[in-house]
Design a protein around this ligand. Structure first.
Ligand code: FAD
Length: 281
């Protein structure tokens, strides 16, 4: 299991709204993290607040032994991290979780991000580039302030398509609209990747289902321990050969899952299972 370390904040950049970019020194995370993995981290080194919180690893710098987070302050844990001064201490375990799998040969990676769900895709784009692959990012939010990690993608020459519900940047409306428009253009084989609010990931899973495309989603349940002990983050997953869905820990078996194996709220079975039953029957 990755060690729990006291880490120091080496850089802090306050962005618009409740967002902040934080950089910590942590040699193992900087060296080993893969796209889609996360850290469990909390401000300070005392027992208060008691629980670490999960955050996707946005970027790593193995030479400086640092990693960065893109964090939205929504409650006590994230606010305490966002308020840390440079040099401030935190407790951190990582890298944790199952990363994104690269697309099969010849398939284009289409990444769909909502708000802070952009975080795992910067590492993913870098991994794809190292493997000589391409990708395209569809980045959605309520308003332009939710879309603040754009420049690192464009600096890497990645095509980034913004969408905002209020029309303040890019397409007005949901991020799945430009995704569908792109797919309607017949771009060739594609694999979908989604990270963001549940409703968005479920919409991307439906697009994949209708078009027969593979898809991976990075689920975002509440998490207590991050190492499979507290069972706070269980999600319903059903593989094709399983007659019943099983509760699986998103922290150890995810957060990235094959979208076809997720049993979304209100559904009786996963797409993978429904397909398997159709084939048999
Ligand atoms: C695998 C994984 C990766 C994640 N990566 C990131 C990331 O890169 N950046 C990031 O900012 N967050 C990320 N999150 C979400 C982050 O962990 C939560 O926002 C954080 O745990 C909230 O803790 P808190 O103590 O600040 O708020 P809490 O005290 O737990 O909650 C306070 C209030 O905020 C609400 N709330 C809690 N979580 C959210 C949320 N996600 N969105 C909106 N409202 C919420 C609660 O309902 C409550 O009303 C990730 C979560 C997971 C599971």
């Amino acid at each position: 299991m990755p060690a729990n370390r006291d880490v120091a904040l080496v850089a802090r950049e306050v962005l618009e709204g409740a967002y902040v970019l934080l950089t910590f020194r942590h040699p193992e995370v900087a060296r080993e993290a893969r796209a889609g993995q996360f850290v469990m981290i909390k401000a300070g080194t005392s027992a208060d607040p008691p629980l670490r919180r999960p955050f996707s690893i946005l970027a790593v710098d193995p030479e400086r032994e640092t990693f960065s987070l893109f964090l939205k302050a929504v409650g006590a844990g994230s606010r305490a991290l966002a308020d840390l001064p440079p040099g401030g201490a935190a407790q951190c375990v990582g890298p944790l979780g199952r990363p994104f799998e690269p697309p099969s040969d010849g398939s284009e990676a289409l990444m769909v991000a909502g708000g802070y769900g952009i975080a795992p895709f910067l590492l993913f784009v870098r991994e794809l580039r190292r493997a000589g692959r391409t990708g395209r990012v569809f980045y959605g939010g309520r308003t332009v302030a939710d879309l603040q990690v754009r420049e690192p993608f464009t600096a890497l020459g990645v095509s980034l398509v913004p969408a905002t519900e209020d029309g303040s940047l890019g397409h007005r409306g949901r991020v799945t609209a430009p995704l569908e428009e792109y797919l309607d253009g017949g771009p060739g084989p594609a694999t979908l990747y989604a990270c963001g609010p549940d409703a968005m990931m479920r919409a991307v899973a439906r697009v994949a289902e209708r078009r027969g495309l593979p898809a991976q989603v990075s689920l975002d349940p509440w998490m207590g321990c991050g190492v499979g002990t507290c069972l706070g983050c269980v999600v319903r997953i059903q593989r094709p050969d399983e007659p019943q869905a099983k509760y699986r820990c998103a922290c150890t078996e995810g957060p990235v899952f094959d979208a076809a194996t997720v049993v979304w709220p209100g559904e009786a079975a996963s797409l993978a299972r429904r397909r398997a039953v159709e084939v048999k029957g």
